[in-house]
Design a protein around this ligand. Structure first.
Ligand code: PLP
Length: 413
């Protein structure tokens, strides 16, 4: 379900008129749908109901404390990639036993924090990190629960920055090396092998890469089983792709592939292993359920180009600048005005500061509001204070009610 729709030409999220939200809290503002987020989590969770499983929400997509608390209360686990995110997950109420921690560059302090916290698994990304983890755990007189992150050299055929499971990427350990590393780990008193991990990238559009990953991991687990190594879980990572062109309820599902289709591809392959299946979705839960509201400051025309200068910028949403990512832009009040082709840009002193290029939009004027759609994932978490701009306010919609879930950062002037 997508929680946005036009009613009498006004853009609504659930039962709330977004123009009202923009007027009340100001812009730029991130606005999220509670029903949308909880609904997407529940849908992914239900898709895997046929197998023992745990959905570990990836905090990097959106770590607003109120949203994390919501997710923890639903019974989700958490996928974290830094000591900071681990602290955020624990503060939000995720039980340590439901938290997994991947990072190619964990510091000694982060490894110690994870061991001390009693998390479910440290997803270890290199042989050297494995050896350091064993040594640190031994020094602490504790046992570190580990899974190796396998790099299966599978191409998701997506943006190079979003591909993580090719051997040219910095992530994970090659299969050949992982076997020897597990055999070594099995001999260390300070390590407990709990699982095996894989995350091959974000914005996966087809079920085939998941199927291949599941087959690779199943063969690996079976092979190591013969060497006496037992796994409690197989972690398939996140990556379920979101279709950024689908932004209104009437357009149907926001995903390229339904969670049930992914489940159908992997459960039959993994079930014979008798392991719990872990998933780490981020974007697919929150992405389609957030928008960035902004207001037009100026119209501007140069030779052959029209610009709409708005009060949101790359410091508020960097995806267009960083990945050339597409985000649909909709007016909060659709007036049936003639469309025009514009670049939607922010105030930052970079020509790379844009939200849309050569976009056909209804003609908007100074003071009009617009929504940058599908901004719930990798939006606020990638914000910055570049050009001394305060981070935007975050608002949660619940039916016809709305409340601030993180204040706008104070202005410096
Ligand atoms: C280890 C790991 N797990 C999960 C995710 C979440 O991916 P997505 O938001 O595409 O579901 C990421 C994102 O990069 C990741 O690096």
């Amino acid at each position: 379900m997508i929680p946005y729709s036009y009613r009498d030409n006004r853009l609504f999220c659930e039962e709330t008129d977004l123009a009202e939200v923009a007027r009340q809290y100001g812009t730029p503002a991130y606005v999220y749908s509670k029903a949308g987020i909880t609904g997407n989590y529940a849908r992914i969770d239900a898709a895997f109901a046929a197998a023992p499983h745990l959905v570990c929400y990836a905090l990097k997509a959106n770590a607003n404390p109120a949203l994390l608390k919501m997710m923890a209360e639903l019974g989700a686990g958490a996928d974290v990639v830094s000591g900071g995110e681990l602290a955020q997950a624990l503060q939000a109420g995720f039980p340590a036993q439901r938290i997994v921690f991947a990072s190619v560059g964990k510091t000694d302090a982060e490894i110690r924090f994870a061991i001390r916290s009693g998390i479910l698994a440290l997803n270890v990304e290199s042989r050297e990190e494995l050896e350091v983890t064993a040594r640190l755990a031994a020094e602490m007189g504790m046992t570190a629960p580990i899974a190796l992150r396998i790099n299966p050299d599978i191409d998701i055929e997506g943006h190079p920055y979003l591909t993580t499971g090719k051997s040219a990427n910095k992530f994970g350990i090659a299969l050949e090396e992982a076997r020897a590393a597990y055999l070594w780990a099995a001999e260390q008193n300070s390590l407990k092998i709990v699982g095996v991990h894989c995350h091959i990238g974000s914005m996966i559009k087809k079920s085939d890469p998941y199927h291949r990953m599941a087959e690779t991991l199943a063969a690996f687990v079976a092979d190591l089983g013969k060497a006496g190594i037992r796994f409690e879980h197989v972690d398939l990572g996140g990556g379920l792709g979101v279709d950024y062109t689908k932004v209104l309820g009437e357009q149907g599902s926001p995903w390229f592939m339904e969670p049930e289709e992914m489940a159908a591809q992997v459960i039959p392959v993994l079930q014979p292993l008798g392991c719990e299946i872990l998933l780490e979705p981020g974007r697919s839960i929150v992405g389609p359920n957030g928008v960035l509201l902004s207001q037009v400051l100026y119209r501007k025309e140069t030779k052959g180009k029209k610009f709409l200068v708005v009060d949101a910028a790359m410091s508020d949403l960097i995806r267009p600048s960083l990945y050339g990512a597409y985000h649909a832009i909709l007016p909060l009040q659709a007036g049936g005005v003639e469309p025009e082709t514009v670049d939607v840009v922010g105030a930052i002193c970079e020509s790379g500061d844009f939200l849309a290029k050569d976009r056909e939009l209804e003609r908007l004027q100074r003071g009009d509001y617009l929504a940058v759609m599908t901004a719930g994932a990798y939006g606020y978490t990638l914000t910055s204070n570049y050009n001394a701009r305060p981070r935007p306010v975050e608002v949660l919609i619940d039916g016809a009610t709305h409340s601030v879930i993180r204040d706008r950062e104070p202005s410096l002037f």
